[in-house]
Design a protein around this ligand. Structure first.
Ligand SMILES: Nc1ncnc2c1ncn2[C@@H]1O[C@H](COP(=O)(O)OP(=O)(O)OP(=O)(O)O)[C@@H](O)[C@H]1O
Ligand SMILES: [Mg+2]
Length: 585
C-alpha cells in the first residue's frame, strides 16, 4: 500500500465516522485563528490611537478588546482540543478492539508464527501512533493553517511589501522539515520492531523465571534483555534527535527573517512607506505566525510515524478472514469421524508430517492413537477442530466434509483436553464453566464431583470462588488436569479429543483421573492420544502412528500379535506401572 492509499483507507474506515465532531473542532480552530489575528491587528490601533494620538476613550477599550481576544483564543483552543481528544479516545478503542478481534479470529497458524510480545506491541504502541495521526494531525493542520492564513492577512493589510518579504521564508522551512519527516517514519518503524522484541523477551523472562533461576541464567538474561533495552534506547534517542533537528534550522531561519525584516522595514520607514504602528502590528503577526509555521513544518513527522504504524496494523486487521461457509451448519448426530487420505505439513516443516492418514473413529466409542514422541499424534488431533488445514484428503463427520461447513458449528460439537493444561487466572468456578457459560451451579458442582475436583476445591480458602493464578499456578499438576477434564465435561459435546498428559502421576491420582476420563467419555465419540496403559486397554480401537503414517490398527490383543511397535509400547508401559506399584508399596 502506498502512503496515500493508507491515508485514504484510514479516512474511510476511521476518520469518516467522526466527521461531525471533527467539523466542530475545525469551527473552534477557526475561532482560534480569528482571535489570534485580532490580537496582532489590535496593536495597530493601540499604538496609533493610544500612544501617538493619546485618545483617552480608546485607552480603555483597546486593552479590553485584547483581553477578550486572548480569552476567546484560549477557550476555543481548549474546546477544539477536548473535542478531538474524545475522538482520539474513541478511535484508539476501535483500533485496539479490531486488533484484539483479529487476533481472536485469526487461525492457529498465524498466531504460531508471531511472538506474543510483537502482538502486544501492535496493540499498545502502533494503535496509539495511528490515533495521533488521525486526531493530532487534523487539529494541528486546521488550527495552524487557519491561524497562519489569518496572520498573513494581517501582515498584508499592514504592509504588503513586508509581507511578501516574509513569506519567501516559509517554503524554505517546509523543505527542510519534509526530509526530516521521512527519516522519522523510518526510525519509528525500526523502533517499533525493537519494542516488540523487547516485550517478547520480558514476557519470556517472567514466564520462565523458575528455569532461569535454577540454571543460574540471571546474568545471561540480564545481558540479553540489556542489549534490547539499549537498542530501544538508541532508537528512542534517535527519534527525538531527528525530531529536534528542526529546531536549529527553524531558529536560524527566524533570525534571518527578523534581521532582514528590520533592515527592510527601516528603509521603508525612511522612505515614508511605513508607519510605526503598522510595523508593530506586522511584527506581532509575524511572531505569532512562528509557532504555526513550525508546527506545520514538523507535522509530517507525526504523519509518517502514523503511516508506518498503519502499515503494520492494517495487514493484521485485514488478516481477519471470514469463514467462507459461515452459513452452513454441520449436523452432528452420532459423531462418526473419518479421515480419508489426509496429508499435512506445517508451514515451517520441510517434509510431510502426516502422510495419507486413514482413520475411522466410530461414534460412541473410544479410539486411541499410540506411537513414539513426534510421530504426529497431536497433529492428527489438531486437524479435527480445523486448527490447521491439510494439504490433501478430507475429514468427514457423520458423512459431511468438515471443510464445507462453518467452523463454529464444527467446534460447538468438540471438546478438547490438551496435553498441557491451559487455565485462566480466574476462580475455579469460572474456569470450569468456561466451556459453557450458561451452566447452572448444580451442573458445575456435578462436573467437579465426577472429575474428582470437588474434593480439593472444597479444601481451598474460598472454595469454588478461589482464584487459581496464572495458568493455575496455585494448583498441583494432577489438580490442573482434573479441572480441565471438568471443564470439558460441562460442554457435553458429542466429540471428545483427549491428549493425555505425558507426566506420570502417583497411582492414586492416576486412578482418579482415569475415573474422571471415564465419566467424560461415556457414550461419546472419543479420540484419545494414549500415554497410559489403562487408557489403551479400555479403547475399542487402537491406531499405531509412526513417522506420520498409520502402521497398524486393531484392538489391544490383536495388536499385541501384529505390531512390534505396539508390543514395545505395551512392555514399556507395563514396566512403568510395575515401578509405580513398587514405589507405592
Ligand atoms: N507448530 C508446529 N510447527 C512446525 N512443526 C511442528 C509443530 N508442531 C509439531 N511439529 C512437528 O510435527 C511433528 C509431529 O508433532 P506432534 O506434536 O504431532 O507429535 P506427537 O506424536 O503428538 O508427539 P508427543 O507424543 O511427544 O506429543 C514433530 O516432528 C514436530 O516437530
Ligand atoms: Mg503430542
Amino acid at each position: 500500500m502506498t502512503n496515500l492509499e493508507i491515508l485514504k483507507r484510514l479516512y474511510k474506515n476511521y476518520t469518516r465516522k467522526f466527521l461531525g465532531k471533527i467539523f466542530l473542532s475545525i469551527l473552534f480552530s477557526l475561532m482560534v485563528a480569528l482571535s489570534t489575528s485580532a490580537i496582532a491587528y489590535l496593536l495597530d490601533p493601540a499604538i496609533e490611537k493610544i500612544f501617538i494620538e493619546k485618545n483617552k476613550q480608546l485607552m480603555l477599550l483597546i486593552p479590553i478588546a485584547i483581553i477578550i481576544a486572548f480569552a476567546v483564543k484560549g477557550t476555543s483552543l481548549y474546546l477544539a482540543k477536548v473535542t478531538l481528544i474524545k475522538v482520539g479516545g474513541e478511535l484508539l478503542k476501535i483500533l485496539q478492539m479490531q486488533v484484539m478481534q483479529s487476533i481472536l479470529s485469526s487461525n492457529v497458524e498465524t498466531i504460531d508464527k508471531k511472538h506474543s510480545g510483537k502482538i502486544l506491541s501492535h496493540l499498545q504502541y502502533d494503535t496509539g501512533l495511528i490515533q495521533k495521526l488521525v486526531t493530532d494531525s487534523i487539529l494541528l493542520f486546521t488550527k495552524d493553517t487557519l491561524t497562519l492564513f489569518g496572520l498573513l492577512c494581517v501582515m498584508f493589510y499592514q504592509n504588503w511589501k513586508l509581507a511578501l518579504f516574509a513569506i519567501i521564508m516559509i517554503p524554505l522551512a517546509s523543505v527542510a522539515a519534509k526530509s526530516l519527516g521521512k527519516r522519522i517514519g523510518k526510525v519509528t518503524t525500526e523502533s517499533q520492531v525493537v519494542s516488540g522484541e523487547l516485550t517478547s523477551i520480558f514476557l519470556e523472562i517472567i514466564k520462565n523465571h523458575k528455569i532461569i533461576k535454577i540454571f543460574l541464567r540471571e546474568d545471561y538474561e540480564n545481558k540479553r534483555s540489556g542489549e534490547y533495552i539499549n537498542k530501544f534506547k538508541e532508537k528512542a534517542v534517535k527519534i527525538q534527535t531527528v525530531m529536534n533537528r528542526a529546531t536549529p534550522i527553524m531558529e536560524t531561519l527566524t533570525g534571518l527573517m527578523i534581521g532582514g525584516l528590520i533592515y527592510y522595514a527601516g528603509s521603508l520607514i525612511l522612505q515614508n512607506e511605513l508607519e510605526i504602528n503598522n510595523f508593530f502590528s506586522f511584527l506581532a503577526a509575524m511572531m505569532l505566525a512562528y509557532q504555526p509555521v513550525r508546527t506545520l513544518a514538523t507535522l509530517n513527522m507525526g504523519i509518517f510515524q502514523g503511516i508506518s504504524a498503519a502499515k503494520r496494523i492494517l495487514p493484521l486487521i485485514d488478516s481477519n478472514k471470514i469463514d467462507p461457509h459461515s452459513n452452513k451448519n454441520l449436523k452432528v448426530n452420532n459423531g462418526n469421524i473419518e479421515f480419508k487420505k489426509v496429508s499435512f505439513r506445517y508451514e515451517t516443516s520441510l517434509n510431510n508430517i502426516l502422510d495419507e492418514i486413514n482413520l475411522n473413529i466410530k461414534s460412541g466409542e473410544m479410539t486411541a492413537l499410540v506411537g513414539h514422541s513426534g510421530a504426529g499424534k497431536s497433529t492428527i488431533m489438531n486437524l479435527i477442530p480445523r486448527f490447521y488445514k491439510p494439504l490433501n484428503g478430507d475429514i468427514l463427520i457423520d458423512e459431511q466434509s468438515i471443510y464445507n461447513y462453518s467452523i463454529i458449528s464444527l467446534r460447538e460439537n468438540i471438546s478438547l483436553v490438551s496435553q498441557d493444561t491451559t487455565l485462566f487466572d480466574d476462580t475455579v468456578k469460572n474456569n470450569i464453566k468456561y466451556s459453557n457459560l450458561n451452566a447452572s451451579e448444580e451442573e458445575i458442582i456435578e462436573a467437579a464431583k465426577l472429575s474428582h475436583c470437588d474434593e480439593f476445591i472444597k479444601k481451598m480458602p474460598n472454595g469454588y470462588d478461589t482464584i487459581i493464578g496464572e495458568n493455575g499456578v496455585r494448583l498441583s499438576g494432577g489438580e490442573k488436569q482434573r479441572l480441565s477434564i471438568a471443564r470439558a465435561m460441562l460442554k457435553k459435546s458429542k466429540i471428545i479429543l483427549l491428549d493425555e498428559a505425558t507426566s506420570s502421576l502417583d497411582a492414586e491420582t492416576e486412578e482418579k483421573i482415569q475415573k474422571a476420563i471415564n465419566h467424560l467419555t461415556k457414550g461419546r465419540t472419543t479420540l484419545v492420544i494414549a500415554h497410559r496403559l489403562s487408557t489403551v486397554i479400555n479403547s475399542n480401537k487402537i491406531y499405531v502412528v509412526e513417522k506420520g503414517k498409520i502402521v497398524a490398527e486393531g484392538t489391544h490383543s490383536q495388536l499385541l500379535d501384529s505390531s512390534d511397535i505396539y508390543k514395545s509400547f505395551y512392555q514399556k508401559q507395563l514396566a512403568k506401572n510395575n515401578e509405580i506399584n513398587l514405589s507405592n508399596n
